[in-house]
Design a protein around this ligand. Structure first.
Ligand SMILES: Cc1ncc(C[n+]2csc(CCOP(=O)(O)OP(=O)(O)O)c2C)c(N)n1
Length: 616
């Protein structure tokens, strides 16, 4: 079938199971060929093809609410709802989103990007249904990784108590988060998988017994199940449990979803799927290398974009530093909330398997746990994406900062992130952290300075401190890390000049140093965003125009903090400008385009500088 011709999912109901099977194969081929060109979330999507086809065959979207947790596995849903044609633009500027988007389709009933929100969103829709009966079934697809998060477990707990409502939770269990899944729940799922003979009993029973008697049979069967399997975790939580089922067997899925549609109680359908199914490299992947990919060559199983000679990601550079630090400090741990692969901590895990603590998708736990560890005197580095730190705001404030303990937050993906788009931009952590007492926030202009900041943060600082670094490549810095001098809270003058003062931080410092080299501009590197360097602020003449530039949210950003500090000193410059992101969510797009759209590219900055010169 020509996948691009699909307009909506209605046609599925007319297809036989064999035809649906054939469609799944076509979709899988389409996904592999398409993602090979654009990049995207490969493995999770390959694992959810049959699931998505079965969901759209049995349920009636958009009357029935199909909610996809994270939304990174929803490409088949996008295809079935008429978006295959747009796949060449996937994750690109102004292109098809890699997640669900209500503006893209009426079938996208809830947007995500961060994990584990599907169950609470579904609980909300079920609550709305009590006064809006036109809302259909509420179906939530969630992975075993996402289910480890407190956000999901809270909602599961909430919905399980209310027998009058009818949440249908499809647990897509591939035994993987991005990498291996962790925690006790993951063990529970393994145990259930080992008892998969139970499913045979139920299927057989359902077939033999006439339909009107099935509820009684069901109770009998439940007793059998209880006897054989012991109390199931999910049944104890208040759910009718179906499974574990083969998540690639359409007949089984269609049957199970139809049963779930008729069940008038909270239910969980537990399906087993294979992450990366249908493409050998992603099927074999145990560490998450094929979870989210750039463009790749299908036959060779190799990434199309070759590594840049002598460059590496900032994440990798940080991992090297952490390994070096761990070698010298045996009581030092790194915590990751399910992002070993994303933050490129694999080599740390290899060298120090007992000192990399993966807590699962549990950012809140990561932060409070770090506080507990620090209170007992061990060294802790929490490696966390800027965007995911948002989930742990209260833990940073109430636990970490209030206890004022020494924990280093390594804030990865600080700034724009590209294809993941608005749910993942690292542009909120500066306002979020800056107003919290006891917090220190730093961001180096290059990898050498980053190491100096990390050295200070890990070996000399006493309270909580966040060190930010971007999703960019950096030249590999081969220095012996022991010899990188620690950088204490202070700003740095890069260029002296009389016409204008520019304050910025991060890689912009280097970019602007080059262009301002032949102009009379005073360029200041605000490598500590908090605390501000008050001495240096005092040295700024109010007669010279001041420009603050930051790849961050304007409200509560460095620029506003500087302006407030200057006002308090009665020292506000006559001309002040602040280039930052306005009060909007920034969509997906390549870095250069997005910077340009928000006036943060070098050409726009130079234009601003010229206009300020004339204004003064
Ligand atoms: C709050 C939050 N933390 C981390 C992530 C990064 N992340 C995206 S998908 C994923 C794994 C999800 O695993 P699972 O739910 O089992 O789905 P699968 O990809 O295995 O199908 C993680 C950790 C996220 N999206 N949101």
């Amino acid at each position: 079938m020509k996948i691009e011709t699909i307009e909506n999912p209605d046609f599925l109901k007319q297809l036989s199971v064999d035809e649906l099977d054939a469609l799944c194969q076509d979709i899988r081929t389409f996904l592999i060929e398409s993602i090979a060109k654009t990049g995207g979330h490969l493995s999770s999507n390959l694992g959810a093809v049959e699931l998505s086809v079965a969901m759209h065959t049995v349920f009636d979207s958009p009357k029935d609410q199909l909610i996809f947790d994270v939304g990174h596995q929803a490409y088949t849903h996008k295809i079935l709802t008429g978006r295959a044609k747009k796949f060449p633009t996937l994750r690109q500027t102004d292109g098809l989103s890699g997640f669900l988007k209500r503006s893209e389709s009426i079938h996208d009933v809830f947007e995500a990007g961060h994990s584990s929100t599907s169950l609470a969103a579904g609980a909300g829709m079920l609550q709305a249904k009590t006064v809006k009966p036109s809302i259909g079934h509420v179906v939530m697809l969630i992975g075993d990784g996402a289910l480890t998060s407190g956000a999901a477990l809270e909602a599961m707990n909430f919905m399980g108590h209310d027998e009058a409502k009818h949440p249908i939770i499809i647990l897509n269990d591939n035994d993987m988060s991005i990498g291996p899944n962790v925690g006790y729940l993951s063990k529970v799922l393994s145990k259930i998988r080992l008892r998969s003979g139970i499913r045979g009993i139920r299927s057989k029973t359902l077939k033999i017994i006439p339909r009107p008697l099935r509820p009684i049979t069901y109770r009998v069967e439940k007793r059998i199940k209880g006897f054989i399997a012991g109390q199931s975790y999910f049944e104890d939580m208040g759910y009718d449990y179906y499974g574990p089922l083969d998540g690639h067997d359409l007949r089984t899925l269609l049957k199970a979803f139809k049963v779930a549609k008729q069940t008038m109680k909270p239910c969980i359908i537990h399906v087993r799927t294979q992450k990366g199914r249908g493409y050998a490299p992603s099927e074999l992947d145990q560490t998450g290398q094929w979870h989210g990919v750039g463009a790749f060559e299908i036959a060779a199983g190799a990434k199309t974009v070759k590594p840049v000679h002598n460059h590496e990601s900032y994440s990798k550079a940080v991992t090297r530093f952490l390994r070096d630090h761990a070698k010298r400090h045996p009581e030092f741990f790194v915590i990751t909330p399910a992002m070993t692969a994303g933050s490129e901590l694999e080599t740390f895990a290899e060298s120090y398997p007992d000192r990399l603590v993966d807590v699962g998708i549990a950012e809140q736990t990561a932060l409070t746990m770090a506080t507990g560890m620090a209170l007992k005197g061990v060294g802790v580095f929490v490696s966390i994406y800027s965007t995911f730190l948002q989930r742990a705001y209260d833990q940073v404030l109430h636990d970490l900062a209030r206890h004022n303990v020494h924990v280093v937050l390594g804030i990865d993906r600080a700034g724009l992130v590209g294809g993941d788009g608005e749910t993942h931009q690292g542009v909120f952590d500066i306002p979020m952290l800056s107003h919290i007492p006891n917090m220190t926030v730093a961001h180096g202009k290059d990898v050498e300075e980053l190491y100096g900041l990390l050295n200070y943060a890990l070996t000399q600082h006493e309270g909580p401190i966040a060190v930010r670094y971007p999703k960019q490549l950096t030249p590999i810095y081969e220095a012996n890390l022991e010899t990188v001098p620690p950088i204490k809270p202070s700003w740095e003058i890069i260029l002296e000049g009389k016409d204008l003062t520019v304050i910025t931080f991060g890689t912009l410092v280097g970019d602007l140093a080059d262009v301002f080299a032949r102009q009379s501009v005073r360029l200041i590197n605000a490598r500590y965003i908090k605390p501000l360097d008050y001495k240096m602020l005092q040295s700024i003449s109010p007669d010279i125009p001041l420009l603050v530039i930051e790849e961050s949210q304007r409200q509560g950003g460095l620029g506003q903090q500087i302006l407030a500090a200057l006002a308090a000193m009665n020292h506000v410059p006559k001309v002040f400008e602040h280039i930052a992101f306005d009060d909007v969510f920034i969509p997906q797009g390549d870095r250069e385009t997005m910077l340009k759209r928000h006036g943060l590219d070098v050409a726009s900055i130079l234009k601003k500088v010229e206009s300020m010169r004339h204004a003064s």
